[in-house]
Each structure stands twice: as C-alpha cells, then as structure tokens.
Write a protein that binds this ligand. Structure first.
Ligand code: GLC
Length: 437
C-alpha cells in the first residue's frame, strides 16, 4: 500500500494496479453506474446550531462545550419512511448518509464509543437503523459516509507537532482499531450497504508550495480498512473523497462540487479522471451540506437537472445533498426540488438511468448518453446552424424527438452523421433527440 500511495499522488497514472475487484464488487460497480442519481444526507448534532457541519471548527467552539449538544438532540419529527418516500420521489436510486462526521458524533448505535445517538442523546433511537429498514422496505439502496478525521477524540492525531513520531503512530493505531470496529458495525447491523464513502483524508495533506507536487506522508492504513469492507460485504463499494488519484481498493472516484475533469470548486488535486472506477460528483442543493438556516441560495430545478445531464454525459453519477433540520425534517425547499426532479425523471429517466457516456465528449450544444440500441442527444443549447454533426459513422434506423416521437431529418455519410434540429426548441432544461440504432 505505501508504495502505491507514493506512486499515485499528482501522477496521472492511476495507482490502482494490482486491485482486482471481486465479481460481486465488479457487478455492484456496473449497477452503481446504472443508478446515475443518489441523494446525500448530512445530518448530525451540528444541525442544531444551523450553521453547517463545520460550525465547531469554523467558530472555534471548544469540544468540551460542543459535546454537550447531543444532550439536547431530540429530532421529534424524524420519520425514516417519510424521508425515504420524499427522496424516492426524486427518482434517486440510492441514499448516502453521514454515519459520523468530522465532529466525531456517531449517528448510530456503536459499542466503540459513548459519543453516539444512543448513549449521549435523549432521542436514543438508532436513526441509521430506522433509515436502513425504511430503505429496505421501500426498495432503495443505502450507503454510509464515514469521516476519517475526528475533531474530538484523544487518539486521533491532530497535533502537527507529533507528525511522523512514534507517538503519532501509536495514537493512530488505536484510532484505526476504533474505526475498523465502527465499520464492522456499519457493515454488520444494517443489512446490505452499497458503499462506504470516506472523507477527511485531505486533513493530512500538507498544502504544497506553488509548483510543488503534493506529498502523501501519512499512512491511513487503507489496505486494512478497504479489505475489511470488501471482506465483510463483497459487493460494498469503496469511495474516498480524497481529491487525488485513486488508490488500490477503491471502486468509485469522487469529485466534490465538480463534474469530472473540472476543478471549479478548487478541491481537486488531480485532473485525472478514472476510466476503471465508477465516478460520482457530489453537489449541494443550496450552498451547504449540513443544515444552514441562512442559506437561501437554492439552485433552480432546471439548473439541478442540467447538472445531472452534465454528470451523466461524463459517465458519472450525481449525489445531491439535503441537510435535514434539527427537528428531523428535510427542508421544504429541498423536498420540492427533489419532487420536481422526480417528475422530469419519470418522463425522461430512460435517457439517463442505465446509460453510459459515449466516446464523444460533451459538445457545445450538450451531451450524449447511450444504452443498448439507443443514443440520446441532450441538447442544452440550440446548435449553431440548426444542425448537430456527430463525427463518426452511425448505422441509425430512426431519429426522433424524444418527447413526441416526431421524426427528425438526418443524413449519414461515410465519416459522419448529421441531425437537423427544429428551430425554436426549448433548452431551459434540454431537448432530447433519440437515435434508434
Ligand atoms: C467536505 C467537507 C464535508 C462534507 C464533504 C461532502 O469534504 O469537509 O463537510 O461532508 O465535503 O462532500
């Protein structure tokens, strides 16, 4: 593992050589690619302060004080079945929820710590268990976000002064045991889990000087963690939001707030986009992950669907976040947007779900998706001259407007394929053309 870590960072060569996913994991990865759309849930005791999940760190709240929050955590309106129904209405195929965020509070019944919802809150209900049961009842997959970083525990080596010392290694060995115990619980007590989604790796990456390559000089023990996951549930995928080149044992490459290949959010430490791993972009509905009472920067429904088109056209999934309130309800603004996305997907989902990107990269007019016998052109800007040219030979039988089935004019030549797009098309979201092969 150490050598693979050393070879990977900043290097466009993927460091996953040697990792051969099991048949179960390979099948789960294809299924994950088919799923295309999931809903992220950031929920923890931080939601009570209503200023996002980083509030403790950002406002330098002493852990001693912060850790009193769970004593008042009683989300009286929490109803897992309602959450799942609201999320399913969006068309999403999976849910990824924070089991334990950087504040270290476990939102599930863990024997590895008392700082959890059962021992430290009056609510005393395992919300992950209730959610898992509701997901299984209503037929949607469940994934767990898990923070590698911890702002409170004594054994998490936070102090940079002890970096690379025996003290750091000793502390981390204990902390790693704790994480493995929790991961074992998460993969034993909640039924089949689709993915463990790690976050926080970047906490141990020193900011490189301009022009310098990033240096990974902390050993998280991923070999142990990843093989534990794959042995407990062979079809459970591993994703890590480390913003760098994938390493062995990972099945999903994650892009935070960016579509693969772009780095507008500034988190990406590599421009590398894996062709081996499944891809996933996570985005917020407003600007925040955890509930933020002042954040009214809600994205519009067309904007959200166009993000889904952008990810689908790049072979990636979209994981769209909701931040439930302290009372346990998903904010109404989110519920409404999810429902609208669901309406669009119930009419147009067959052009998204189960598709893959084509070899033709996103174009100025939009993106392409394809599945057995079909290519879909998602026209997001009216093409110049009213014509779309695909620069390859295509044996098409029929070309039609997806919404109405009305035939569209097309021309095949030896080297390309052109479709005439009607004038005045509505590209508020997209105009879909279906090509039957
Ligand atoms: C970042 C943040 C974290 C959030 C995550 C979601 O890594 O630290 O708060 O959970 O992104 O992508």
């Amino acid at each position: 593992m150490a050598s693979a870590l050393a070879a990977a960072p900043g290097d466009v060569k993927e460091g996953i050589q040697g990792y051969v996913p099991t048949a179960e994991a390979a099948a789960a990865k294809e299924q994950f690619r088919d799923d295309k759309f999931g809903v992220f849930i950031h929920w923890g005791v931080y939601s009570m302060l209503a200023r996002g999940e980083w509030v403790m760190f950002n406002e330098k709240i002493p852990y001693k004080e912060y850790s009193k929050l769970p004593g008042g955590f009683y989300p009286s309106k929490f109803d897992a079945d309602r959450w799942v129904a609201q999320i399913k209405a969006s068309g999403a195929k999976y849910i990824t929820i924070t089991s334990r965020h950087h504040d270290g509070f476990s939102m599930f019944d863990t024997k590895a710590s008392d700082y959890d919802i059962i021992d430290a809150s009056p609510f005393k209900r395992d919300v992950l268990k209730e959610l898992a049961d509701a997901c299984h009842r209503q037929g949607i997959k469940l994934n767990f976000y898990y923070s590698l970083l911890d702002w409170g525990r004594d054994d998490y080596p936070r102090d940079p002064a002890i970096a690379h010392t025996d003290k750091e290694r000793e502390m981390y060995a204990k902390y790693l045991d704790f994480m493995c115990a929790q991961i074992t619980e998460l993969l034993t007590n909640y039924g089949p889990i689709g993915c463990i989604w790690f976050d926080g790796d970047w906490a141990k990456i020193k900011k490189p000087a301009p022009g310098e390559q990033i240096k990974i000089d902390f050993d998280w023990g991923y070999e142990r963690i990843y093989s534990l996951i794959h042995s407990l549930q062979p079809s459970c995928l591993v994703g890590n939001n480390h913003h760098r080149v994938p390493i062995p044992g990972e099945d999903i490459q994650i892009f935070e707030r960016d579509i693969p290949g772009e780095n507008q959010a500034g988190y990406g430490r590599t421009s590398h986009v894996s062709t081996e791993l499944a891809l996933e972009t996570c985005k917020t509905l407003n600007k925040s992950w955890g509930y933020d009472i002042k954040d009214e920067n809600w994205k519009s429904v067309p904007e959200l669907i166009r993000i889904l088109l952008a990810t689908s056209g790049r072979n990636a999934n979209l994981l769209l976040n909701v931040g439930p309130q302290p009372d346990g309800c998903i904010p109404e603004e989110s519920v409404v947007r999810l429902a609208e996305m669901g309406k669009w997907l119930s009419a147009n989902g067959e052009t998204i779900f189960g598709t893959r990107a084509t070899m033709l990269k996103p174009q100025p007019w939009g993106v392409l998706t394809h599945k057995e016998g079909k290519i879909y052109l998602h026209v997001m800007e009216a093409p110049e001259g009213g014509v779309i040219t695909l620069p390859f030979k295509l044996k098409a039988k029929k070309v039609k407007e997806f919404a109405t089935g009305a035939p569209l004019k097309f021309k095949k030549t030896k080297k390309d394929f052109t479709v005439t797009v009607p004038s005045g098309i509505d590209c508020t979201i997209d105009y879909i053309i279906e090509i039957d092969l």
